[in-house]
Write a protein that binds this ligand. Structure first.
Ligand code: FAD
Ligand code: NAD
Length: 474
């Protein structure tokens, strides 16, 4: 202990108050454990403060304006003015409401909240620096620790974030004036969601992606729908190019990229968003002091109980690796707390959904047809195109489809890929089906409300059985 420190003790110490950490802390509190949560910045972590919530708030706000603007063919004439400062203020209000909610929930569940930066000094003690002059520090002894320190954006060499020309997602989400032009480096989750927002607001957006398509990992027919819609919004794509360097012209960033043949390409844009992935925050927590080595990519390897190689130390959320998604972090936080409380909890990743909040949205869960074949199943596939969905047509949103994968012999549902408005919501039904070991008939025979997009999920399941009534059977 450092002289002057106040020493306290806790059964469970959680480092980081994002979705992984705050859920772990609340669950531990519910289970009667004495729990302390240390957070250095803001409760809610990346997700609530600079990630999921602010980005989805802006996705929605821009949709409101965009839909109104493009509705003349429905007999609606409107040209809404957009005040970006007003949008950002509204988004910040949503964030404040949720982050204060997290703080209240933690307190209501008996979680002891300690502001500050925690660092391990031994396998049963952390030192928490409270930050700011005269704020001091304290040592906290623990029986179990849960590392939930999240992730930060990967910094491309030569493209240091400066909050002016070269922005990460947080910088972009805080802009209060719309740039005339934006160059996006990386056509992944962040690149696609935020270029859609900016393009809808009227900014000229160009995406440079190193690979040959957007959203690596998603199937071609899934990305095609989203890419084509993005192109209709005016977004220009340049594939097979990696960003190399940039110069400030005084008014713009002048960026050069290089393609696979070594040829250089040049772009000029007022702002540059660099979104080339995120890396775990494991280098500032003092893992050396507890003898915990990270994997080559910086993540903490864990078992199916979220336990690291150090018996009393758990890791949850982005620090524990891909997929770096808030709901995966929640689940791991739950499991870590329950394991510490002596419950027989374990992680099972077979039905982790993913959603991309583009236009239209993408929602996936479980296996693709190729995954199912690789895993030794004989996959049967059912599809429902959105153009055959009454609800999709009434929403004027008929691009996309619902696809369900099942095992041909047993008809157990294995996965789904949905490209549709509200795909992020629709995918939940298939997640539940996989989780419950449901068969195609369970979904197909369930009466779905009419007219809704969810009917397309039931029709896709029926289609896999050759029994669809609103689309032709394959
Ligand atoms: P974080 O949320 O990063 O929280 C970690 C916390 O630990 C932070 O508050 C940090 O201050 C704190 N911390 C770090 N080190 C210390 C220390 N030494 N001491 C004390 N505190 C510390 N995911 C989705 O599922 N859906 C989405 O729509 C989505 N959209 C996103 C949009 C953007 C722009 C971004 C950037 C991410 C998005 N994500 C989304 C990913 C999601 O935000 C993360 O997966 C999630 O936040 C991970 O939670 P976590 O608890 O592991 O880490
Ligand atoms: P990403 O991994 O989704 O995409 C990064 C993209 O950058 C890839 O397509 C990659 O090929 C490309 N790239 C890498 N280096 C490049 C270079 N030098 N030049 C050009 N392209 C390059 O990463 P992200 O978009 O930064 O998002 C980070 C993570 O945040 C995601 O993986 C996801 O886990 C999470 N996230 C989730 C959501 C959601 O759930 N809806 C939304 C946003 C972010």
């Amino acid at each position: 202990m450092v002289v002057g420190d106040i020493a306290t003790g806790t059964e469970v110490l959680v480092i980081g108050g994002g979705p992984g950490g705050y859920v772990a802390a609340i669950r531990a509190g519910q289970l009667g454990l004495d729990v302390t949560l240390v957070e250095k910045d803001a409760y809610g972590g990346t997700c609530l403060n600079t990630g999921c919530i602010p980005s989805k708030a802006l996705v929605h706000a821009t949709d409101v304006a965009h839909e109104a603007r493009g509705a003349e063919h429905m007999g609606v004439y409107a040209d809404p003015a957009v005040d970006l400062q007003g949008m950002v203020d509204w988004k910040d209000g949503v964030v404040d409401q949720l982050t204060s909610g997290v703080e209240k929930l933690c307190k209501a569940n008996g979680v002891n909240l300690v502001p500050g930066r925690a660092e391990f000094v031994s396998d049963d003690t952390v030192r928490v620096a409270h930050g700011g002059e005269g704020q001091g520090s304290e040592s906290i002894e623990f029986e179990h620790a849960i590392v939930a320190t999240g992730s930060r954006p990967i910094q491309l060499p030569g493209f240091e974030f400066d909050d002016d020309r070269i922005l990460d997602s947080s910088g972009l989400l805080s802009l209060t004036e719309l740039p005339d032009s934006l160059l996006v480096v990386g056509g992944g989750y962040i690149g696609m969601e935020l270029s859609t927002v900016l393009a809808k607001l009227g900014c000229e957006v160009t995406v440079v992606e190193m690979l040959d398509d957007i959203l690596p990992g998603y199937e071609d027919d899934v990305t095609r729908v989203v890419r084509e819609r993005a192109e209709e919004l005016g977004i220009q794509f340049h594939f097979g190019e990696a960003a190399q360097q940039w110069e400030d012209t005084g008014t713009d960033a002048f960026v050069t990229t290089e393609d696979e043949d070594g040829e250089t390409h040049e772009y000029t844009a007022e702002k540059v968003l660099v979104a080339v992935g995120r890396q775990p925050v494991t280098d500032t927590v003092g893992l050396d002091a507890i003898g915990l080595e990270t994997a080559e990519d910086g993540t903490i390897e864990t078992d199916d109980q979220a336990r690291s190689s150090v018996e009393n130390v758990f890791a949850v959320g982005d620090v524990a690796g891909e997929p770096m998604l808030a709901h995966k972090a929640y689940k791991e936080g739950h499991v870590a707390a329950e394991v510490i409380a002596g419950e027989p909890a374990a992680l099972d990743y077979q039905a982790v959904p993913a959603a991309v909040f583009t236009d239209p949205e993408i929602g996936t869960v479980g296996m693709t047809e190729a995954d199912a074949a690789d895993a030794g199943f004989d996959p049967v596939v059912g599809e429902m195109p959105l153009r055959a969905s009454g609800r999709a047509l009434t929403l004027d949103e008929s691009d996309g489809f619902v696809r369900i994968i099942a095992d041909a012999e047993t008809e157990f549902v294995l996965g789904a890929q949905i490209v549709a408005p509200e795909a992020s919501e629709l995918i939940a039904e298939v997640g539940l089906a996989i989780e419950m070991g449901a068969q195609l008939e369970d979904i197909a025979a369930t009466i779905h409300t009419h007219p809704t997009l969810s009917e397309a999920v039931a029709e896709a399941a029926a289609n896999a059985r050759g029994e669809a009534t609103h689309t032709l059977n394959r």
